[in-house]
Design a protein. Structure first.
Length: 276
């Protein structure tokens, strides 16, 4: 737990570079560009989310940008992340294209989507993107403990975030510990196991006892671990439900029971099988 970094009634955390990040964000992976994505982002902003997580590879940055503009919210009120697609060569040129699609002057966070071609080659370009003001913070995604260490060895400006697949069932303690050692904030993607974990019996038992939904229990578990958590939904009522996670608490026993669901053996790897 990194409670000392958590501020604003437990809703934000301070990154190692001093910037603030809301713990809850809407993930828009696998949300189609156009109406579906615009609606999801609009409903999220209406439900109080102030953090949207997109990527060059998702193909929906333009929709995210439109929904942000339509919301009328001040730019500084919403934390926007995009990710460098590492099939391309130049993080600076690619973030400039992202900013055009998003219609923004900068993103709050720019991260390498996965360590294709090795963990370090793109880091200089990421630092340059930050230096040019295109990104306030920079980080990585799908990097395991050894890959994080490799970046730290070459970095002038170290990564402040590692976004990995993380849930009670993918409780990668080795990655979590590496992040804590280096002051890197861990961001949990697929916190609901892309929906697969919602039917688990133990999760259901805890949800029933608390009068909450399985999704809320899984999201709350990440928050109580001090993690940033990025549930995805395209349904208005679910988007709203997933944000109602700051008005209840899991007991120590419930956290321990959820921790015990890990199927990764507490791995230091970001994924069991890389797809690239
Ligand atoms: P949908 O987008 O149709 O609402 P993850 O965040 O782990 O990637 O999980 C996303 C999946 O879980 C999506 O299929 C999403 O469906 C579903 N989902 C998200 N929130 C809820 C919820 N509160 N209740 C039930 N299913 C949900």
């Amino acid at each position: 737990m990194t409670a000392e970094n958590v501020t604003d009634s437990g809703r934000q955390r301070t990154l190692a570079d001093g910037n603030q990040i809301p713990l809850l964000g809407l993930g828009v992976w696998q949300v189609s560009d156009g109406r579906a994505c615009e609606d999801a982002v609009r409903w999220a902003l209406e439900s109080g989310y102030r953090h949207i997580d997109t990527a060059q590879a998702y193909g929906n940055e333009a929709s995210v940008g439109r929904a942000l503009r339509d919301s009328g919210l001040p730019r500084e009120d919403v934390f926007v992340t995009t990710k460098f697609y590492p099939g391309h060569r130049d993080p600076v040129a690619e973030v400039q294209r992202s900013l055009e699609r998003l219609g923004l002057d900068f993103v709050d966070l720019y991260i390498i989507h996965w360590p294709q071609g090795g963990p370090t080659w793109a880091w200089e370009g990421m630092q340059r993107a930050r230096q040019l003001g295109h990104a306030r913070s920079i980080g990585v995604s799908n990097f395991g403990a050894a890959e994080i260490e490799a970046v730290f060895e070459v970095a002038d400006v170290p990564p402040v975030v590692d976004q990995v697949q993380f849930s009670p069932f993918e409780h990668r303690r080795g990655v979590q510990e590496a992040c804590e050692r280096r002051g890197v904030a861990l961001e949990a993607y697929s916190p609901l196991g892309t929906g697969r974990h919602l039917g688990d019996r133990e999760v259901g038992r805890i949800a029933e006892r608390l009068g909450r939904t399985p999704a809320q229990v899984l999201i709350r578990w990440s928050i109580q671990h001090g993690l940033v958590v990025l549930p995805k939904s395209t349904h208005r009522e679910r988007i709203a439900q997933n944000a109602q996670v700051f008005d209840f608490e899991l007991s120590d026993d419930e956290m321990t029971a959820l921790d015990a669901l890990d199927r990764t053996g507490g791995t230091a790897r970001a994924l069991e099988r890389p797809w690239w």
